[in-house]
Ligand binder design. Structure first.
Ligand code: NI
Length: 192
């Protein structure tokens, strides 16, 4: 396994729409090894998720994992390791919430993004098994952030109020308390 180099904002690969993987490709040692590397890279960087574009490989693969003690996002509810291959997300209903997001490809910046509170996620896991699940609350925001990457979209594109942009240090100092209060209500409402 290897820790891969992460692309930062301005790299054209972050703006590409990733291509789908075939079942044959997915089963191959090359792409199974890539998924292992993507997971290891996410964990090494303390990310809550990582999309293949972010490691200069624009295919429809993203990984998500929140262990509950993530130093970047301590308020995020746990999400078991999830490998999304060829995912599609469909909003359910019209509820949304404000999420203060960050990204391993956007060093030292956070900003407020509006996210759907419920989404239907259809994807293959790394074995090629199809899944069709509803994801809610903060976890739904994480799924939307990662699937955005596979379409060439970065969270800063969705920041409607640029005055919310903040370095991580200033976020801790000036925005953390109010956001934790607000996001705790989202977690209570949706259970995730
Ligand atoms: Ni990201």
């Amino acid at each position: 396994m290897a820790i891969l180099k992460i692309a930062t904002l301005g790299e054209p690969v972050l703006r590409e729409r990733a291509r789908e993987l075939s079942l044959e490709e997915l089963a191959s040692p090359r792409w199974q090894g890539f998924i292992d590397d993507l997971i290891q890279t996410m964990r090494d960087a303390d990310g809550a998720g990582l999309a293949a574009n972010q490691v200069f490989t624009p295919v429809q693969v993203a990984v998500i994992e929140v262990k509950g003690d993530n130093p970047r996002y301590p308020y995020k509810p746990k999400i078991p390791l999830t490998v999304l291959v060829n995912p599609t997300l469909t909003p359910i209903g019209d509820e949304s919430f404000d999420n203060y997001e960050g990204c391993l490809s956007v060093p030292d910046l956070r900003g407020v993004v509006k996210r759907h509170a419920r989404v239907r996620a259809r994807y293959l896991d790394r074995t090629g098994q199809a899944h069709d699940v509803e994801v809610k609350g903060v976890s739904a925001g994480t799924f939307q952030h990662e699937c955005d990457h596979l379409a060439g979209t970065v969270f800063v594109d969705r920041v409607t109020d640029p005055s919310t942009l903040s370095t991580w240090r200033n976020w801790e100092r000036h925005h953390r308390a109010a956001f934790i209060e607000q996001i705790t209500k989202v977690v209570e409402r949706y259970g995730s």
